[in-house]
Design a protein. Structure first.
Length: 537
């Protein structure tokens, strides 16, 4: 419908637009956000308790509680080879549930799976075995949530509560560099038992021997999209916890996008070998490493984000723990992922990247903040380590930004040789303080935020001409870090961090709200109908 205006009306509308945008910018300044963010914490219940209603799911309070043991055999295998979990139920993960070889587990958008507490042999987890598949396809408005059975899902359950259940484990048939002669997790050349599970159960193994003819780097274990995994990492043995998301030899035919891990008692996401790619992954408040690579992982990653818990109970170890070959066997494949566009926020300790053993690959166009050390390279006598690979050009660390970091590069915790430091600088690794706001304040008792971080850089502040490769996975992002400057972050709407308001992610707004090239009454009406959302959209 056309809207006609007189010149005077147009003047009034333009003045109204100006006033609204000035008001919006005024009230969204960080120094005025404290009360707003506290209020957001108390309205989190609406966002969580209405989970899935936009995609046809009933409110959480009216869903039927179902024990997953009723869908499984006595050994934990799914009774049906094609099982669907629907969002009209809430599922209690009260066993080690196996998606066995040949079986599929489908999880509807908006579904909630609650992990029941257990430790040791009684720990509960979801394990997708080799040959099994999971199809957990949530949406931005309808994420799939795995959480502790005691989580009321109203935003108040402390991010300092960890280890309440196991986690999600996916196992595949892609390559790794395990050798049986080296022991450890290896039970054959190219076959291992995933960390934390029983060695004598073949459902717990990952990878295949060459002789089997089953090794497949394009192996497909399914799809996980818009999935949040919270409060896991139970002790399954002495000093042996389960990661939030564990991936053992998962192949590149598998798709992982928009994955969140919250408050896990071990690593956030760990790759044991494999070729799987991952895009849009976020980890918050875990107790160990945020992203961990082992045993010949060769996949690709882009748009990864990690925030360590700061404040009264700081937690978290390394941002990246990059391991190649624990036994120094020289066996291939080498751990050599290609990672672009990461943003990691530390707690004022540890390292953004600990590059160890035979680690290779590329870390590029990323932002590391609030660590003591940005990148540490290990160099041990008698073995080829990350330091050797860096000097040989098989480990490439390029075009990264470091802020609030005491030392951007160390070798075995010491200052690197001048030549190495010069190479590091020549490769575009720079100190750029204040590139993002990485400090925040959280009351871990109830998750109330009184000061939020902002990981979205200002427009023009993190440009790069060193773009990711042009291929079937990478986006050609011409900026550094996980978030496009001046745009609402991809974490908005579906992550717990967004619900809590820990991330303010302010973006600059223009008058052309509907992006039609003009500032007119239609922009005013669009903004008026969406006032309070990012840029009125």
């Amino acid at each position: 419908m056309a809207i006609f205006t007189t010149p005077k009306m147009a003047e009034i509308i333009n003045l109204s637009l100006l006033i609204l945008f000035k008001m919006k910018n005024l009230f969204m300044n960080k120094w005025m956000l404290s009360a707003a963010v506290v209020a957001a914490s108390f309205t989190a219940s609406n966002a969580q308790l209405s989970l899935g209603t936009s995609c046809g799911c009933p409110p959480l309070a009216s869903r039927t509680s179902v024990d997953l043991s009723t869908l499984a055999q006595a050994n934990g295998n799914l009774t049906s080879t094609n099982t669907t979990l629907t969002c009209n139920n809430t599922y209690n993960l009260n066993l080690k549930l196996y998606v066995q070889s040949g079986a599929k587990l489908n999880i509807q958008a908006g579904t909630v799976i609650r992990g029941v507490f257990g430790e040791g042999v009684n720990s509960n987890a979801l394990i997708v075995s080799k040959g099994g598949q999971i199809f957990a396809m949530g949406g931005e408005d309808c994420p799939i949530i795995f959480t502790d059975a005691n989580d009321p899902l109203d935003g108040s359950y402390s991010v300092n509560i960890r280890g309440q259940w196991g986690g999600v484990i996916v196992l595949g048939r892609a390559s790794n560099n395990l050798l049986q002669a080296n022991g450890g997790l290896a039970v054959g050349d190219g076959v291992g038992t995933i960390e934390g599970l029983l060695v004598d159960d073949p459902r717990n193994t990952y990878g295949e021997t060459v002789a089997s003819g089953l090794r497949n780097d394009n192996d497909n274990s399914g799809i996980m999209r818009y999935v949040s995994i919270r409060h896991g990492g139970t002790n399954i043995g002495a000093n042996n916890e389960i990661n939030g998301l564990t991936l053992g030899s998962v192949g590149s035919g598998t798709s992982f996008e928009y994955i969140e891990v919250i408050a896990n008692d071990d690593d956030g996401i760990e790759f044991f070998g494999g070729t799987v790619d991952m895009k849009y992954a976020t980890v918050f408040a875990v107790n160990d490493d945020y992203f961990d690579f082992d045993h010949g992982y060769t996949g690709r990653g882009q748009f990864w984000f990690g925030v360590q818990l700061q404040g009264a109970a700081p937690q978290g170890d390394e941002g990246f723990e990059a391991d190649g070959d624990d036994s120094n066997s020289g066996n291939q494949p080498f751990t050599s992922p290609n990672i672009y566009n990461t943003t990691l926020i530390g707690r004022g300790a540890n390292r953004g990247v600990e590059a160890r053993e035979g680690f290779r690959g590329r870390i590029a166009n990323s932002i590391f903040t609030n660590f003591i050390v940005g990148i540490e390279l290990t160099d041990e006598a008698g073995r080829v380590d990350a330091f050797d690979n860096y000097n040989a050009g098989t480990l490439i660390i390029t075009n990264n930004i470091f802020a609030g970091v005491t030392s951007i590069l160390t070798v075995n915790a010491a200052a690197p040789a001048p030549a190495t430091a010069a190479t590091f600088a020549a490769d575009g690794n720079t100190v750029q303080n204040n590139v993002i706001d990485f400090n925040y304040t959280i009351n871990i008792a109830n998750n109330v935020i009184t000061n939020a971080y902002n990981p979205v850089p200002a427009v023009g502040s993190v440009n790069t001409t060193s773009l990711p490769p042009v291929d079937d996975f990478f986006c050609g992002a011409n900026y550094k870090g996980a978030f496009q400057p001046g745009k609402a972050p991809w974490t908005s709407g579906w992550t717990l961090a967004a619900v809590l308001g820990v991330d303010n992610s302010l973006v600059s707004c223009t008058g052309d709200v509907n992006n039609d090239g003009q500032v007119n009454v239609n922009d005013f009406l669009d903004l008026l109908g969406n006032f309070g959302n990012a840029c009125g959209l």
